[in-house]
Design a protein around this ligand. Structure first.
Ligand code: FE
Length: 205
């Protein structure tokens, strides 16, 4: 009898960041996000050009874990999950330490989208969800083999494996993935604000 083995899986990690005190922590973060947006005029300008309709601090304040104690606490909490994820990836970390290098916020109102991209030079990237109103856009991943599939037939409508996978954004949850994995946030179709914090980890010697 034939056996078919499925190899080269692409892991996507999702977990609640903390078990206790989440509403208060997210309220602090949401408040701080609004303050940062109001104060960050260069970031507002950057967002007008590169993040239409929304606000991101990616182009102006992208090391928030070094700027604010709330974000540094978030970093400490994410660190634990990153270590756990690296464990499942079976990485040898003898030659460096997984370190958060970038941390920025994303405020998405209706119509705001973030098209497909990856995070060059980082090793693990991810997002923590602060506020996800009903109907908030998911995080959508692309099959990393897609560019090699130009001649493969389309899949059936009931196929279990598809070229894209959407992971629901849930407040209080952290999602981690390897930084080479392409992903996007489809345009928001709700008025209420979706708030998230994204980050990169590098292997630092
Ligand atoms: Fe991203």
């Amino acid at each position: 009898m034939a056996t078919i083995q499925h190899h080269f899986a692409t892991p996507i990690y999702q977990a609640p960041l903390i078990t206790r005190g989440r509403p208060a922590f997210n309220a602090d973060l949401a408040e701080e996000c609004e303050k940062i947006r109001a104060f960050d005029v260069p970031g507002q300008r950057w967002s007008e050009a590169f993040y239409p309709g929304g606000y991101t601090s990616y182009g102006s304040m992208d090391r928030l874990h070094r700027f604010s104690s709330t974000f540094d606490l978030l970093r400490q909490r994410i660190d634990r999950h990153v270590r756990r994820f690296a464990e499942t990836l079976e990485w040898s970390l003898d030659h460096g330490e997984l370190t958060m290098t970038d941390c920025w916020i994303n405020l998405m109102p209706r119509g705001c989208a973030h098209s497909f991209h990856l995070h060059p030079q980082a090793v693990i990237s991810g997002t923590y969800y602060v506020q996800t109103p009903p109907g908030a856009s998911p995080l959508k991943f692309e099959d990393p083999r897609l560019s090699r599939m130009m001649a493969s037939p389309p899949r059936r409508a009931d196929a279990r494996q598809t070229a894209h996978v959407s992971v629901k954004a849930r407040a209080g949850q952290v999602i981690l993935f390897e930084s080479w994995l392409r992903h996007e946030v489809p345009a928001s179709r709700i008025d209420a604000l979706r708030i998230s914090v994204s980050f990169n980890y590098h292997l630092i010697r």
